[in-house]
Design a protein around this ligand. Sequence first.
Ligand code: HEM
Length: 489
Amino acid sequence: FFHTEIPKGLRRLPGPKPLPLIGNVLELGSRPYLSLTAMSKRYGHIFQIQIGMRPVVVLSGNDTLRQALIKQGDDFAGRPDLYSFRLINDGKSLAFSTDQAGVWRARRKLAYSALRSFSTLEGTTPEYSCMLEEHILKEGKYLIQQLKDVMASDGSFDPFRHIVVSVANVICGMCFGRRYSHDDQELLSLVNLSDEFSQVAGSGNPADFIPALRFLPNALMTKFKDINARFNIFVQKIVSEHYATYDKDHIRDITDSLIDHCEDRKLDENSNVQMSDEKIVGIVNDLFGAGFDTVSTTLSWSVMYMVAHPEIQERLHQELKDKVGLDRSPLLSDKPNLPFLEAFILESLRHSSFLPFTIPHCTTKDTSLNGYFIPKDTCVFINQWQVNQDPELWKDPSTFNPDRFLSADGTEINKLKGERVMAFGMGKRRCIGEVIARNEVYLFLAIIVQKLHFHAIPGEPLDMTPEYGLTMKHKRCHLRATMRARSEE
Ligand code: HEM
């Protein structure tokens, strides 16, 4: 790459000088979002590093990302062939595999339409505006009860441990038509492994780039293989049960709808994209995986910010009390009346930047960006953290301040500013679960804020340092909650 011939009129990418064999691994360090943001100040919003022997282009800056991912979207829409990605969903993942453009596009379309149909489907009774609202309201009630019970028995609780079960149940409801109890060991053993999954799948894992490392004992990689295997067995069992009870005239959930698609396709002689049934039904694996970890991590960070900023927690409760009251459940339709809650969610996404990089991208052909030459099959890291902390875009970026998203009178969200928060990626690979995710985060938080007050345990300082990974988590901790009494009104 460093010796690649550069086409006339284009420039060679700048970047730090790599060491033999290891490249720039040492400079990357254990928090690549910080080291790569520091490098972007020195080399600009497009530069290259080398991890092991492999070149990686790093992109940051709102305008550069827009240019690459939207205006030149097709050129940057691939995924790199990385060792850890081959282990996810048996190498057949929609989000992580190196599927060719046609196959990926067809699978993405299927996944998107299945998600949309099963979230907007009518609820089972008219009190719910749609299936998504029904699932969240029901899980929200269970969550509040669960936290109340745990507080009564243990005096404190680990927020992530309980939130993740509730969120997993929402996506399980849509994908598999079932929910699990908060004590279900099979589900717990899966959803509580997401930390290790994240650490291996994070951008810049040296084992992905330096083949020799794969042959050394690596406890984290062994765990990663185990998590993926367990995950597949869990989903496979449910899928087999669906095949056994599938009825064309009664499609129960996303799994059924994907099976149905396989059946229909066999009758469709004009279908031009060749895909195995496994690749179609395997989509449900991605939806389940992507659907619980991200949303629970957002909620868990939000709870931490509420505890760290009690005055903000009070304002959130007050807004809910004024606009919704304490007698009925908040609904999706209340969202426009709760601008402070929306500002708080945007600020939680921005400030935590818990997805510091998107999933790595890859160029699909020789291309150029802002006058720099980038060859086909180059791995590309998208630095979302840099955009969310960019002093050119945000005043005092390191301060947690939801008001930055509100109009001066506090009644409206500044839409333009809200759109600048980079959390879901942009362009061709943009998250397909964004609408569902934003609705889930909003409604779960509204339910929580209405009913509970969180506080830290005296003498136990809050540790908000993120642990690096695909989705960065705060350290597991214990908090206390008190129920908000109706008599407060
Ligand atoms: C991809 C963020 C929730 C399904 C992504 C990407 C990001 C992201 C950054 C990668 C974009 C890229 O590579 O450029 C988030 C955040 C969420 C969230 C912050 C919650 C707050 C969800 C949910 C689902 C979902 C709830 C599904 C139910 C997916 C899928 C992809 C994806 C399938 C892969 C798309 C592709 O490769 O074409 N998401 N996501 N996500 N997300 Fe989400």
